[in-house]
Design a protein around this ligand. Structure first.
Ligand SMILES: *[C@@H]1O[C@H](CO)[C@@H](O)[C@H](O)[C@H]1NC(C)=O
Ligand SMILES: *[C@@H]1O[C@H](CO)[C@@H](O)[C@H](O)[C@H]1NC(C)=O
Ligand SMILES: *[C@@H]1O[C@H](CO)[C@@H](O)[C@H](O)[C@H]1NC(C)=O
Ligand SMILES: *[C@@H]1O[C@H](CO)[C@@H](O)[C@H](O)[C@H]1NC(C)=O
Ligand SMILES: *[C@@H]1O[C@H](CO)[C@@H](O)[C@H](O)[C@H]1NC(C)=O
Ligand SMILES: *[C@@H]1O[C@H](CO)[C@@H](O)[C@H](O)[C@H]1NC(C)=O
Length: 940
C-alpha cells in the first residue's frame, strides 16, 4: 500500500472510510442506496431527456429497483454493476454522484456527453471498477492520483477532454490495466517511469498532449504491449533501446516530438512491428540496417529528421512494406537497387535528401506504386524507362534534380498519372510528341528544363488538367486555340519561351483560370477583349512580349485580379478608366509601353494597390491629386510627359528622384525637383514637345546611323537616369563575396568554383579580351558560361559598375545572351552568362564543315537575329545601349542556329581600351564605332 507509505494523512482517513464502507454487509440495502444515489445525481444534471425512466413510481416504496433504468445494469442480486450513458446528451458534473454507494459497480461508460468539471478523487472508492470511460466530454483539471486505487481497472479511457497537469505516478499501481488511453488532452510533464509496472498493458495511447521529457526506459518491461501511440507531444531525449524487448509490439508511433539521437538498432528486433512512425523529430545518425529484419513492417515513416548516411540496402527485405517515407533528411549515396524487391510498395517518398546517382531502373518492378516522390535531391542520368509499368502511378515528382534525357515512353502512356513534376532538371525532347493524353492528370510542371517543340493541343484533351507550367524552356510555335476547351484550367504558365502568335480568343472560355503567365515570349497582336470574361483571374502577367493595340477595357471586369503586369510591350492608347475597377490590385505594372493620355483620376479606387509602375510611356497631363487618398508603397512614373505638382502622398514623398525624373515640369518638395511656385500656374505649353515630335517624324526618314546616334545622344540627354529593376534582385554581401543576381551569391560562387574545379583548364571554352570563358553546370541555372575576369582593378567607379551590371541582367531578348549575374571575391570575379551550344559565329565560320552546315537561310536568320538585338538595344531598351564591338566573335548560336549577341555593355563595363570610345552623356549610351560595325557582315 504505497499510499500509506506516502505518509499523507488524507490517504489514511480515506482508507479507514474505505474499509468501514465496504466491510459491512450490504445485501438488502444495496439497491435502495443505489437508487437514492442515482436519483440525487440525476437531480443535479441538465438535459436528462434520456433519463426519464430514472424515477420512482408514484406509490414508491424503497424496494424499487434501478435495474430497468436506462443505462443501468445489475447483477443477479439486483445491485448496479454497470452505468452506461454513452452519447446520451447529458450535461452536468460528477460532483453529485456518491461513488461509495455502488459496491458492485464494475463498468462506467459516460463517454460522449457534455460532462464538465473535474474528475472527483472519490472515484477511487469504486473498488471493483474494471472499466472507466469518460472520453469526449469537457472534463478539466488533473487526473486525480486516487485513480491509483482502482487496482482492478483493465480499461481507462479519458481521451478528448481538457485534462491538464501531469500523468499521476500512481497510475503505475493499476496492475490489471491493459488499455490506457489519455490522448487529446492538455497533459504535460514527463511520462512517469512507474508506467513500466503496468505489466498487463497492451495498448498505450498518449498522443496529442504536451507531455515532455524522455521516454522512460522502463517501458521496455511492458512485454505485452501491442500498440504504442505517443505521437504529437513534446517528448525529447533518445529512443530507449529497451523498446527492442517488446516482442508483441505491432505499432510504435512517436512522430512529431523532439526526440533526438540515433534510432537504436534494437528496434530491428521488433518482429511483430507493422507500423513504425518516427517522423518529425530530431533523430540523427544513419538508418540502422537492422530495420531490414522487421519482416511484418508495412509502414515506415522516418521523414523530417536529421538522418544521414545511405539508405541501407537491407530495407529491400521488407516484403510487407506498402509505405516507405524517408523524405526531408540528409540521406546520401544512391538509392539501393534492392528497393525494387519491395513488391507491395505503394508509396515511396525520398524527396528532399542528398541522394544522387541515377534513379535505379529496378524501381520499375514496383508495380503497385502510386506515389514516387524523389524531388529535391541530386539524381542524375535518365529517368527509368518503364517507371509506370504497373499502371498505378499517380504522383510522380522528380523535380529539382539534375536529370537529363527525355520523358520516358512509359510515362507518356501512363493514364493513371495525376500529378507530374519534373521541373528544374535538364530534361530534353520535343514536347509536342513527348506527352500523351492523360484522363486523370491535374497538375503538370515542366518548368526550367530544355524541352522544345510546340504546345500540343493534346493538353486540352486532359480533361482534369488544372495546372500547366512549362515556363523557361525552349517552346516555340503558337498557342493552340483548343486550350480554350480546357475550362477546368486554373493556372497556365508558359513564360520565358519563344512562343509567337496571338493569345487565342478562346482563352475567354477558361472561366476557372486564376493565373495566366505568358511573359517573356514573342506573343503579338492585341490583348483579346475576351480575357475580360475570366471572372476568377487573380494574376495576369503578359510582360515582355510584343503586344500592341490598347489595354482591353474588359480587363476591368476581372475583379479578383491582384497582379496585373503588361510591361515591356508596345501597348498604346490611353489607360482605360475601367482598370480602376480592379479594387484588389496590389501590383499594376504598365511600364515600357506607348501609353498616352492622362493617368485616370479614378486611380484612387485601386485601394489595395501597393506598387504602381507607369514608367517609360508617353503619359501626359498632371498627376491626379486623388493619389493622396491611396496607400501606395512604391511608385514609378519616370520617363513620361507628366507635369505639375507631385501629390502629397507617402509614396511620392518617399519616392527616389529616379522614379520621378524624365518628365516635363514636375515640381514639389522633393530633393531633385523644383519646388512648386504656384501650383495653378504650371506652364501649359512645352516647347520641347514639338522639338521631339520633329525628331520622331524625321528620324525614320533619315535612317543613317549617325543621325541615330545623334538621336540616342539627344534622348539620353533628356533621360539621363538609371533603370529601376522590375525583377526582384538581391545584392548579396556575404562574407567576402559580392554578387548581383537573383540567386544566393555565396552559394552561386561556391557552386561555380566547384563546377569548374576551381577554373580548371578542361572547363575552358574560350579566351577573350577580359578573361577566359568556362562552361559550368549549375543546379540552379543549368549550364552557364562563366566569364572569369582578369582583374577588376581598373574598375574605376564601383557603383557605376554595379548599376550597369544590374541593368544588363535585366535585359531580356531572344537574341541577346542573358547575363545572369556577377560575383566578386578576392580570388575571382566573374560574370555569368547563358550558355549557347554552338559557340561563336567566328568559330563556326572557321571550320569548313560547320560553315557548310550554316546554309544561306540560316545565315539570313542570323543577320535578322543580330538586327533584332541591335534594334532592341538601341530603341526598345529603356537606356539605349550601343554594343561597340559587334563582330562574329560576339555572335553566338544555339542548337537551333538562333543568333544571340553577347557582351553588350561589357566592353564599357571593364573599361577595356576605354580610350577608343567616348561616352556622350550619362551612364548609358555610347557612340557605336562605325568602323567596328562591319566585320561580322564581311565575314559572312
Ligand atoms: C455502452 O452502450 C453502448 C451502446 O449503447 C455500447 O456500444 C458500449 O459498448 C457500452 N459500453 C460498455 C462499457 O459496455
Ligand atoms: C439533449 O439531449 C438530446 C438527446 O440526447 C440531444 O439531442 C440534445 O442535443 C441535448 N441538448 C443539449 C443542449 O445538450
Ligand atoms: C505475445 O502474444 C502472444 C499471443 O498473441 C502470447 O501468447 C505471448 O505470450 C505474447 N508475448 C509476450 C512476451 O507477452
Ligand atoms: C498526390 O499529391 C497530391 C498533392 O500533394 C495529394 O493531395 C494526393 O493525395 C497525392 N496522391 C496520393 C495517391 O498520395
Ligand atoms: C475545341 O476547340 C476547337 C477550336 O477552338 C474546336 O474546333 C473544337 O470543336 C473544340 N472541342 C473539342 C471537343 O475539341
Ligand atoms: C519640405 O519638406 C520638409 C521636410 O519634409 C519640411 O520641413 C518643409 O517644411 C517642407 N517645405 C515646404 C515648402 O512644404
Amino acid at each position: 500500500m504505497g499510499f500509506l507509505a506516502s505518509g499523507n494523512g488524507f490517504y489514511f482517513v480515506f482508507l479507514v472510510l474505505f474499509f468501514i464502507t465496504f466491510s459491512s454487509p450490504q445485501v438488502a440495502s444495496a439497491s435502495s442506496e443505489e437508487v437514492g444515489a442515482l436519483l440525487k445525481w440525476k437531480a443535479s444534471l441538465e438535459n436528462t431527456s434520456r433519463l426519464t425512466l430514472w424515477s420512482l413510481p408514484n406509490n414508491a416504496n424503497n424496494s424499487s429497483t434501478p435495474c430497468t433504468w436506462y443505462g443501468v445494469s445489475c447483477n443477479a442480486d439486483g445491485s448496479v454493476i454497470g452505468l452506461n450513458l454513452t452519447s446520451s446528451g447529458v450535461t452536468g458534473t460528477l460532483y453529485g454522484l456518491s461513488f461509495s454507494s455502488f459496491p458492485n459497480l464494475a463498468a462506467i461508460d459516460y463517454s460522449m456527453n457534455n460532462f464538465s468539471g473535474t474528475i472527483p478523487p472519490q472515484i477511487g472508492y469504486i473498488s471493483k471498477l474494471t472499466y472507466l470511460d469518460l472520453s469526449t466530454n469537457q472534463f478539466s483539471g488533473i487526473i486525480p492520483p486516487e485513480i491509483g486505487l482502482l487496482t482492478n481497472l483493465e480499461t481507462l479511457h479519458l481521451v478528448d477532454n481538457h485534462l491538464n497537469g501531469s500523468i499521476p505516478k500512481e497510475i503505475g499501481q493499476l496492475r490489471s490495466l491493459s488499455e490506457l488511453a489519455l490522448y487529446t488532452n492538455h497533459l504535460e510533464g514527463p511520462i512517469p517511469a512507474s508506467l513500466g509496472s503496468l505489466s498487463n498493458l497492451a495498448r498505450l495511447y498518449l498522443y496529442n498532449n504536451m507531455l515532455s521529457g524522455p521516454i522512460p526506459p522502463e517501458m521496455g518491461n511492458l512485454v505485452n504491449l501491442v500498440e504504442v501511440y505517443m505521437n504529437m507531444n513534446l517528448l525529447s531525449g533518445p529512443i530507449p533501446s529497451t523498446l527492442g524487448n517488446l516482442d508483441n509490439l505491432t505499432v510504435l508511433h512517436m512522430f512529431v516530438n523532439n526526440l533526438f539521437g540515433p534510432i537504436p538498432q534494437e528496434i530491428g528486433k521488433l518482429k511483430s512491428l507493422e507500423s513504425l512512425s518516427l517522423f518529425s523529430n530530431k533523430l540523427s545518425g544513419s538508418i540502422p540496417a537492422s530495420l531490414g529484419n522487421l519482416s511484418s513492417l508495412s509502414l515506415l515513416h522516418l521523414y523530417n529528421n536529421s538522418l544521414s548516411g545511405p539508405i541501407p540496402k537491407e530495407l529491400g527485405n521488407l516484403k510487407s512494406l506498402t509505405d516507405l517515407e524517408l523524405s526531408e533528411n540528409q540521406l546520401n549515396g544512391s538509392v539501393p537497387a534492392s528497393l525494387g524487391n519491395l513488391s507491395n510498395l505503394e508509396l515511396l517518398f525520398l524527396r528532399d535528401n542528398q541522394l544522387s546517382g541515377p534513379i535505379p531502373e529496378e524501381l520499375e518492378y514496383l508495380t503497385l506504386l502510386t506515389v514516387l516522390a524523389m524531388d529535391t535531391n541530386q539524381f542524375y542520368g535518365h529517368l527509368p524507362e518503364r517507371i509506370c509499368q504497373g499502371g498505378k502511378l499517380q504522383n510522380f515528382t522528380v523535380n529539382n534534380n539534375r536529370l537529363t534525357g527525355p520523358i520516358p515512353k512509359s510515362l507518356r502512356n501512363c493514364s493513371s498519372l495525376k500529378r507530374l513534376r519534373v521541373e528544374g532538371n535538364q530534361l530534353t525532347g520535343n514536347i509536342s510528341d513527348n506527352l500523351g493524353i492523360y484522363p486523370n492528370l491535374y497538375f503538370v510542371s515542366l518548368n526550367d528544363n530544355n524541352f522544345y517543340g510546340e504546345l500540343s493541343e493534346n493538353w486540352s484533351r486532359c480533361k482534369r488538367l488544372t495546372t500547366l507550367h512549362i515556363a523557361r524552356n525552349n517552346i516555340s510555335g503558337s498557342i493552340p486555340p483548343e486550350f480554350g476547351n480546357s475550362t477546368q484550367l486554373q493556372e497556365l504558365d508558359f513564360s520565358s519561351n519563344h512562343i509567337v502568335g496571338e493569345i487565342p480568343k478562346e482563352f475567354g472560355n477558361l472561366n476557372h483560370l486564376l493565373k495566366l503567365v505568358l511573359s517573356n515570349n514573342q506573343l503579338s497582336g492585341s490583348i483579346p477583349q475576351e480575357l475580360g470574361s475570366l471572372a476568377e483571374l487573380t494574376y495576369l502577367d503578359l510582360s515582355a512580349n510584343r503586344f500592341s493595340g490598347s489595354i482591353p477595357t474588359t480587363l476591368g471586369n476581372s475583379l479578383p485580379l491582384f497582379q496585373l503586369n503588361l510591361s515591356w510591350n508596345n501597348i498604346s492608347e490611353e489607360i482605360p478608366v475601367q482598370i480602376c475597377n480592379l479594387v484588389h490590385l496590389t501590383l499594376l505594372d504598365l511600364s515600357h509601353n506607348e501609353l498616352r493620355g492622362e493617368i485616370p483620376s479614378a486611380i484612387n479606387k485601386l485601394q489595395s494597390l501597393e506598387r504602381l509602375n507607369l514608367s517609360r510611356n508617353e503619359l501626359s497631363g498632371g498627376i491626379p491629386k486623388t493619389f493622396e487618398a491611396m496607400s501606395l508603397s512604391s511608385i514609378d512614373i519616370s520617363c513620361n510627359e507628366l507635369q505639375g505638382p507631385i501629390p502629397n502622398s507617402v509614396a511620392f514623398m518617399n519616392a527616389s528622384i529616379e522614379t520621378l525624373q524624365g518628365n516635363k515640369y514636375l515640381c514639389g518638395n522633393i530633393t531633385g525637383l523644383k519646388p512648386c511656385k504656384n501650383p495653378s500656374a504650371v506652364n501649359k505649353h512645352d516647347p520641347k514637345k514639338s522639338h521631339k515630335l520633329v525628331l520622331m517624324i524625321s528620324l525614320p526618314l533619315l535612317g543613317s546611323i549617325l543621325l541615330l546616334c545623334a538621336f540616342i545622344a539627344l534622348f539620353i540627354s533628356y533621360e539621363r537616369k538609371k533603370r529601376k529593376p522590375e525583377v526582384e534582385q538581391r545584392d548579396v554581401q556575404v562574407e567576402d563575396v559580392f554578387s548581383i543576381s537573383a540567386f544566393d551569391g555565396r552559394a552561386m560562387y561556391d557552386e561555380i568554383v566547384k563546377a569548374t574545379n576551381d577554373f580548371d583548364a578542361t572547363y575552358c571554352i574560350g579566351k577573350g579580351g577580359f578573361g577566359n570563358v568556362y562552361k559550368a553546370k549549375l543546379q540552379s541555372l543549368g549550364i552557364v558560361a562563366v566569364k572569369k575576369l582578369h582583374s577588376l582593378s581598373e574598375m574605376a567607379d564601383r557603383k557605376g559598375f554595379i548599376d550597369e551590371v544590374r541593368a544588363l541582367t535585366e535585359i531580356r531578348h531572344r537574341n541577346i545572351v542573358k547575363l545572369h549575374g556577377f560575383c566578386s571575391h578576392t580570388r575571382h570575379s566573374f560574370l555569368i552568362f547563358e550558355y549557347l551550344e554552338r559557340g561563336s559565329l567566328a568559330t563556326i565560320l572557321s571550320r569548313d564543315e560547320a560553315a557548310m552546315e550554316l546554309d544561306w537561310p540560316k545565315r539570313v536568320n542570323v543577320i535578322k537575329g543580330v538586327a533584332h538585338a541591335l534594334s532592341y538595344m538601341h530603341h526598345d531598351c529603356s537606356q539605349p545601349i550601343v554594343h561597340r564591338d559587334i563582330s562574329s566573335n560576339n555572335v553566338l548560336l544555339d542548337s537551333e542556329y538562333e543568333a544571340y549577341v553577347s557582351d553588350f555593355g561589357t566592353a564599357k563595363l571593364l573599361k577595356l581600351d576605354s580610350s577608343n570610345w567616348s561616352a556622350v552623356a550619362g551612364t548609358y549610351g555610347y557612340v557605336a564605332p562605325v568602323n567596328k560595325l562591319s566585320p561580322m557582315f564581311l565575314t559572312i
